[in-house]
Design a protein around this ligand. Structure first.
Ligand code: F0G
Length: 458
């Protein structure tokens, strides 16, 4: 019997026009942008895959929730609605709003991380790492080894290696480890999920040594979808049941609500411990705002509550993740080298295999991003040597093991015709890959250089 296709559990009510320049115009724009995709005007981009963060489409329910926003400075109804939804779905009794995910990290780590603190995790996201290193803490990456092989199939490449974690605790001492950060799904590792069994083992180890386990939860519901699909024993559980179980093993979470809560701006911290919550409250007031709004307006807290409900719906997740996989499958058919299995929110193209003739130090993933923009007006983002930046001490380049162009798909925004356009564009670049040349940096900032660096062609 023919397999039933998937289709989106929504229809389009409003459209936003997008502009397609000619190839010659795009060539000019990227030269003016000095080959940094961040420097382009968004209106010169046809399909924008620079991130899936804050770029998704809200639903009619979310837009109408906006009108219910209670903008009271303290104790607003909208805060209560958001908090109750978080407690209902994720289980945590204490909630602090923040203006986005990195702000949640800033507040929580102000309470937990000190100079010399060791923070193990599964490939910490840049801002997480930034907030730890800014406090002179040290991130220890304990991701399973399988994650660094881009073509090896492993259903849960986001898993944290329990032996590596135990060894890290033995080496540095539990008293120097205030928390373990588990990122679900693991963005840096390619949008890869963490299995329930792995979550449980990490929880057991943290419990044994009285170390807090905090989830970096930006894409938690995509993680739950993969558990349902790939983790034996979970196929008949609902996404909401899986989500509840996942978070039952955590002491708390930081959330960038710009991803799986499907809103344009916002975030929060949620915790089990009242004592830690109280400590965080002080930092929240200093950095974010009063504890019942923390940088969010009441209307945004309304949309967050509605978005969490929609973001944990199976049909929505199936359409979303299948669309990302559809992009992956079409590219794979064309012979384009990719990171596998496909991530939940993005497809990652292996730029070193795409351009074996361009040395890593000439930024092959940046070259691929530039060429794809010129070809089809599609903007991805480099996850490679430019992003990896220089070693803070030696100032030498530190090329990562894999060099990737990330194509992140905003939620409920593009159709599969857009996906076909992305595939077509990459195929054009693939056909002329041997003619593409490397880039060199003209100017770079001392830290986080990828946002503002300028390049020239070699
Ligand atoms: N954690 C993860 C796993 C993330 O992917 C991000 C953001 C953050 C934390 C920080 O959240 O942006 O709301 O402050 N990721 C975006 C991206 C920027 O493009 O992957 P934020």
């Amino acid at each position: 019997m023919e397999k039933m296709p998937y289709a989106e559990p929504w229809r389009v009510k409003m459209v936003e026009h997008i502009n397609m320049l000619s190839k010659e115009e795009r060539q000019k724009k990227i030269e003016e942008a000095e080959f940094n995709l961040f420097n382009l005007s968004a209106e010169d981009v046809y399909i924008d895959l620079i991130t899936d963060s804050g770029t998704s489409a809200m639903s009619d329910k979310q837009w109408s929730a906006l009108m219910l926003g209670d903008e009271a400075y303290a104790g607003s109804k909208s805060f209560k609605k958001m908090k109750n939804k978080i407690t209902e779905l994720l289980g945590f009794p204490f909630v602090l709003p923040t203006h986005q995910g990195r702000a949640a990290e800033n507040v929580l780590f102000s309470a937990l991380v000190k100079e010399g603190s060791i923070v193990p995790g599964n490939a910490h996201f840049d801002t997480t790492k930034g907030h730890i290193e800014y406090r002179k803490g040290i991130c220890v990456d304990c991701t399973i080894d399988e994650a660094s092989n881009p073509t090896l199939y492993h259903p849960f490449k986001g898993n944290l290696d329990p032996d590596k974690l135990e060894n890290t605790i033995q080496k540095y001492g539990a008293e120097n480890i205030p928390l373990v950060v588990l990122t679900v799904t693991c963005n840096t590792g390619g949008g890869q999920p963490v299995s329930m069994e792995n979550i449980k083992s990490v929880h057991e180890i943290c419990k044994k040594y009285s170390i807090k386990l905090i989830f970096d939860s930006a894409r938690f519901s995509e993680n739950a979808y993969f558990i349902k699909q790939r983790d034996p024993g979970f196929e008949n559980k609902s996404i909401k049941e899986i989500v509840k179980e996942m978070f039952s093993y955590a002491d708390g979470m930081t959330m960038s609500a710009k991803k799986d809560a499907i809103i344009n701006m916002g975030g929060f911290i949620a915790l089990n411990s009242e004592a830690l919550y109280r400590e965080c409250c002080t930092f929240n007031i200093i950095f974010e705002g009063y504890i019942t709004y923390g940088g969010m307006s009441g209307r945004d807290m309304e949309t967050l509550a509605a978005g969490l409900e929609e973001g944990t719906d199976f049909n929505y997740l199936q359409a979303r993740i299948s669309q990302v996989a559809y992009l992956g499958e079409q590219l794979k058919k064309a012979g384009i080298p990719l990171l596998e299995p496909f991530g939940g929110h993005a497809i990652y193209v292996d730029a070193m295999k795409f351009f074996p003739h361009i040395p890593q130090i000439q930024y092959p993933a940046q070259v691929l991003g530039v060429e794809l923009y010129v070809e089809a007006g599609v903007r991805g983002v480099e996850i490679g040597t430019v992003l990896a930046d220089r070693d803070p001490v030696s100032r030498q380049e530190r090329p990562p093991k894999i060099e990737l162009l990330r194509l992140a798909i905003p939620r409920r925004v593009y159709t599969n015709n857009h996906i076909d356009m992305i595939v077509w564009g990459l195929k054009q670049v693939w056909n002329r890959r041997n003619e593409c040349k490397g880039l060199k940096i003209k100017w770079e900032a001392p830290i986080m250089r990828h946002f503002t660096a300028t390049f020239e062609k070699i």
